[in-house]
Each structure stands twice: as structure tokens, then as C-alpha cells.
Design a protein around this ligand. Structure first.
Ligand SMILES: Cc1cc2nc3c(=O)[nH]c(=O)nc-3n(C[C@H](O)[C@H](O)[C@H](O)COP(=O)(O)OP(=O)(O)OC[C@H]3O[C@@H](n4cnc5c(N)ncnc54)[C@H](O)[C@@H]3O)c2cc1C
Length: 546
């Protein structure tokens, strides 16, 4: 970056620099300090690196030293040189202290081979040997105890959008906020790779800016899959690969519950385990490769039957239709019901989002509530990073709720302790979680412990209220399908066909169910994927007879 208010000098220095360095570097030229600062802010937002700033000393408004002082706030690592006339060498020498100037160059610099290039070569070399990683990804500037910051990180991670996190109270975070003209009162601030600044963005807004599809390309399909967990992704891969015009609609991010798993060890073909994020990324690419459309951040709130068309309605009132629908909406975490927990959610209390918070947990004391496999996996994952991990379970042991192999892993990590017959009765903290009150379920005795993190894994329930008047559900809200619909030899009320419902078909013909949302399902990744694939087979059978 060069700055000189004299256009001729400005052009001349940029020309000389381009001649020697232009192939590998971009030479940016400005004719005032303010214009140069604006350009630096834009570069900062886009994640560009600045190696060197060469500023003229005598400029109106901001002089070279004042400019460099402000430029340092944006790019502290850039090397700095001042261009001065002979008469101003005194000021240049003073600047060595004020702005930690690396060099001053006397005008004119002819011949550049002798007077300019050796100086720039040496400054570039110094810069290259320092840490200067490029930051092309999305940048998130937030606070570790801001619930929205944590949700945005979780959303980006689950959608496999590469991002870099900056704490708003650390120097680089402050620099980015300043470049984005933000005071840090409203967080998080997200800066996309092209330099667009989003302040506390909603998920649909974020999705749009980071290149995730949020709108359907047409209004009629062969198959609509609702839910982007393993069952939905399985259905989308098989549907699209077998020639069905397929769209998958997901309310947040693809991956579902499995996407939050640090290590799935019982999925066929992965003897060393696979993280949910990896599995999701592969499945998503596979579905897209076969031509399935994938929409994220679009919740389905209604299902209507219009003759042979099945219409789904989005929260914003718009709708799309298809010949068939596969419901793969899985289950959502059950909330921990204790005073203080709701207020501190996202600020020390998390539901299942152990993976994105893991880096903040280094050397902290962590509590995990729950005795099932998901709690065990999180404990093993966090146990390698945290100072201590305490698993709290109400039952007298883990044996009934956790797989044997995971109990062995939990036992083998020295930082993990299991406290049985214990429940959380209150969470305390002002800005963030500070303490938990625990109660012994046998003794009734309470104890208050210091805790900065609490991860909750206490089971899950289907979110199917929007289907209440459309398909048959059991008492817990799970969707009943196939032979389970035939009670005492009778077909479900309102069933319009002569044949009985196919396996995985709901009480509405052409609407199928796969994965955890199905009543009596196995609640496993493999079975969800399998049901997704199998449901597509019944979709074909249904379409043949349509
Ligand atoms: C932390 C954790 C670890 C686990 N580890 C293992 C393991 O090691 N092995 C194993 O076999 N199983 C494991 N499980 C269980 C496994 O992940 C689930 O059985 C599996 O994910 C179920 O898949 P699904 O597609 O049926 O539902 P889900 O994974 O629940 O996905 C449903 C999707 O539907 C979306 N959705 C819901 N409602 C709507 C709507 N109205 N509109 C649009 N989208 C909607 C949700 O956002 C979600 O993405 C684990 C679960 C958790 C939570």
C-alpha cells in the first residue's frame, strides 16, 4: 500500500513497485491518508494480508506519521516505511519511536534498483518470516458468553461453512470490529469472505450470505424430504440417484442429531469411527452430486393433501408440492427443567453442542448431564481437553443407558468422573454459568459446585405438533407407520385405498416416515439411513400405481 497526495509521485512509486513486486503482490495506491485507511479496512474485512505500507510524510489532513499510527490499529503486522524529503529527516527519525517505523526513504528514490528495492526486499523478507496466515474464510467476532454468538458458530459448523472465530475483547477481534465500523455492543458480527458485514444475523440471512440455498428452484417435485438428518440425507441420496426430482428441506443445518456426534463408532464401514460432521459432509455432497436440491433454514410448518398432490407449507406462508413426502424430522433435545437453566442457555449451558464449544473448554471444569451414549461420547471428547469432566446421572449406574464400549472408554479417561444418583436442581450465574446446585437423589442432600460449562443430554422428543391433524401419531408424538397402523385388523380411519399402508407409509398414502421420528424406530444412525433408503423404494411403488 502506498500513500502520497501528489498524484505524479503516487503513480511513480506504484509503477516502480509493480515492476518488481507486481507479479506476486497487489500494489494498492491511495492519494490521501483517509482513502488509504478506507482501503485498509476493506482489505481487513475481506481477509487480505498487508505486507507493507509506504506513506509520504507531508500530506494535508493526516500526515504520514498520523496515518501510519492509525494504519497500525488495522494491520499491526504490516511493515512501515515513510517517504520523506531531505528536509524532513528529523520528523522521520522521531517517527521511528512514535509508530515503530521500520525505515524511511528519501525522495527521489532513483534509481530504484539501488535506493528502493533493497529496502522493500528486506522489509518483505521480515514480514514473510512473521506469522501471516491468510484468512479467506467467514469471520465471526463474538463473545464467549453471548448466546447468539454460540448459535451462529454452531450453525456455521453444522453446515460445514469454514469460519474463524475472534473474541471481541481480544486485539484482532477489536481490529475487525473497528474495520466493520461496529462498537461491539451487538454481537456476533459476521464478515463473509467478500467483506460483507452482518450484525447479529438471523439463520436464513446467514445461510444466504454463505452460499447455502434457502429457496426452492421450482414448485413441484416427485419427492419432498423433510429433515436433513441421516434418514433425510439417505432418502435424498437414493431418491435423486434413482431419477426422482428430489428436494430436501431442513429447518437449521443438515446432519441432524448425528451431525452433533463427535464420533460414531457403530456405523457400518467405519471401523475407526467417523465424526457426525464428516458423515454429513459426505452425504450432503453425495445427494447434491445426484441432483437433489437441499434447502437449509427452512422449517416446514404444515402438510396439506390436495388430491394426489402433497403440499408442504413453510413458516413464511410459501409452499411447494410433490407426489410424495418423506417425513424424516427426527427428534429434538429435551430441555432440563431447573431454575436458572433457561436463562443461562448459550452462556455456559448447552444442549448437545459440545463440539463447537470444545476449544473454550480447555482447562475448565465441565459438567455433563445424562447417562446415554451421546453424553458418554461428549465426555470422552471433552475429557481430552478439559481439566475435569463430571457426568451427572440420576440412575445408580451407567450400565442400563450407555453402550458397554463407551463405558469402557469413559473409565479409561482419567479426567472423567461419574456421579451417579445425582441431579441438577439449579444453575447460578449473572452473565454466564458460574455454579450448579446438585442434589443426591437418595440422600436429598444438596451441594453447590463451581462450574463454567454444563452440557445437557437428557433424551429427546419428536417435534410433530404441526402434523397433529394430518397423520396418526402415538401418545409421545412419534408418527405411526406401516403395519403398526393396522389395529385389530382395521385400517387407519380415513385411509382411502384398498391396500394396507406399505411399510414406512403413514396414515396418508404417499407420505412416508423414516428414522427417529417413526414410532418404534431404532434410534440409530444406520437404521435411520436404512429407513431413508427403504422409504424411497416404497415411493417408487406408490408412484407406479398413482
Ligand atoms: C450426540 C449424539 C450422538 C449420537 N451417537 C450415535 C452413535 O454413535 N451411533 C448411532 O447409531 N446413533 C447415535 N446417535 C443417534 C442418531 O444420531 C440418531 O438416531 C439419528 O441422527 C436419527 O436420524 P434422523 O434423520 O431420523 O433424525 P435427526 O438426526 O434428528 O434429524 C432430523 C432433522 O430434521 C430437521 N427437522 C425437524 N423438524 C423439521 C421441520 N419441521 N422442518 C424442517 N426440518 C426439520 C431437524 O432440524 C434435523 O436436522 C447419537 C445422537 C446424538 C444426539
Amino acid at each position: 500500500m502506498t500513500v502520497d497526495d501528489d498524484p505524479d509521485v503516487s503513480r511513480a512509486i506504484a509503477r516502480d513497485l509493480r515492476r518488481r513486486y507486481g507479479e506476486q503482490n497487489r500494489i494498492v495506491r491511495a492519494e490521501s491518508g483517509e482513502a488509504a485507511l478506507d482501503a485498509l479496512r476493506q482489505m481487513k474485512l475481506r481477509g487480505d494480508l498487508v505486507a507493507m505500507i509506504l506513506a509520504d510524510y507531508r500530506m494535508p489532513q493526516l500526515n504520514g506519521i498520523e496515518f501510519l499510527e492509525r494504519a497500525m490499529d488495522i494491520y499491526p503486522g504490516a511493515r512501515r516505511a515513510l517517504l520523506t524529503a531531505y528536509a524532513d529527516t528529523g520528523a522521520a527519525i522521531d517517527a521511528i519511536n512514535v509508530v515503530d517505523l521500520d525505515y524511511y526513504l528519501l525522495k527521489p528514490w532513483d534509481p530504484p534498483e539501488e535506493k528502493l528495492y533493497p529496502v522493500v526486499d528486506s522489509l518483505m523478507e521480515t514480514w514473510l518470516s512473521s506469522d501471516h496466515r491468510p484468512v479467506p474464510e467467514t469471520k465471526v467476532i463474538g463473545h464467549r458468553w453471548s448466546a447468539r454468538s454460540s448459535e451462529v458458530r454452531e450453525f456455521l459448523a453444522r453446515n460445514q461453512v469454514p469460519y474463524r472465530w475472534y473474541a471481541s475483547d481480544e486485539p484482532e477481534g477489536r481490529r475487525l470490529l473497528e474495520a466493520a465500523d461496529q462498537d461491539g455492543q451487538t454481537l456476533p458480527v459476521v464478515i463473509t469472505p467478500d467483506g460483507t458485514v452482518l450484525v447479529e444475523p438471523s439463520e436464513p440471512d446467514l445461510a444466504k450470505h454463505v452460499g447455502l440455498a434457502t429457496n426452492p428452484s421450482t414448485d413441484f417435485y416427485d419427492l419432498i424430504v423433510i429433515g436433513g438428518g441421516p434418514a433425510g440425507l439417505g432418502a435424498a441420496v437414493y431418491g435423486a440417484s434413482e431419477g426422482l426430482r428430489t428436494i430436501l428441506v431442513e429447518r437449521t443445518a443438515t446432519g441432524g442429531q448425528a451431525g452433533q456426534s463427535s464420533r460414531i463408532e457403530n456405523y457400518l464401514g467405519f471401523p475407526d469411527g467417523v465424526s457426525g460432521a464428516q458423515l454429513t459432509d459426505r452425504a450432503r455432497r453425495q445427494a447434491t452430486k445426484f441432483g437433489a436440491e437441499i434447502l437449509t433454514t427452512r422449517a416446514v410448518v404444515g402438510l396439506e393433501i390436495n388430491g394426489s398432490a402433497r403440499t408442504i407449507r413453510f413458516a413464511d406462508g410459501t409452499a411447494i408440492s410433490a407426489h410424495t413426502v418423506i417425513l424424516a424430522t427426527g427428534v429434538a433435545y429435551r430441555k432440563l427443567n431447573a431454575p436458572g437453566v433457561a436463562e443461562l442457555t448459550g452462556r455456559g449451558v448447552y444442549y448437545g453442542s459440545a463440539l463447537t464449544e470444545a476449544t473454550s473448554c480447555i482447562d475448565q471444569d465441565i459438567y455433563i448431564v445424562g447417562g446415554a451414549n451421546s453424553a458418554g461420547q461428549a465426555a470422552v471428547y471433552l475429557g481430552k481437553r478439559a481439566r475435569s469432566v463430571t457426568i451427572l446421572v440420576r440412575a445408580p449406574s451407567l450400565t442400563k443407558s450407555m453402550s458397554h464400549y463407551l463405558i469402557e472408554q469413559v473409565d479409561s479417561v482419567p479426567t472423567i468422573t461419574v456421579r451417579t444418583c445425582t441431579e441438577v436442581v439449579e444453575a447460578h450465574g449473572t452473565d454466564h454459568l458460574e455454579q450448579l446446585t446438585l442434589r443426591g437423589s437418595n440422600t436429598g442432600e444438596t451441594e453447590t459446585v463451581d462450574a463454567q460449562y454444563l452440557f445437557v443430554f437428557i433424551g429427546a422428543a419428536p417435534l410433530t405438533d404441526w402434523l397433529a391433524d394430518v397423520v396418526v401419531r402415538d401418545d409421545h408424538g412419534f408418527v405411526v407407520a406401516g403395519p403398526d397402523l393396522v389395529v385389530g385388523g382395521k385400517l387407519p380411519p380415513g385411509w382411502p385405498l384398498d391396500r394396507a399402508p406399505y411399510h414406512l407409509e403413514s396414515s396418508v398414502p404417499g407420505v412416508f416416515v423414516a428414522g427417529d421420528v417413526r414410532a418404534e424406530s431404532a434410534k440409530r444412525v444406520a437404521s435411520a439411513v436404512g429407513e431413508g433408503a427403504m422409504a424411497v423404494m416404497f415411493v417408487h411403488r406408490y408412484l407406479e400405481k398413482l
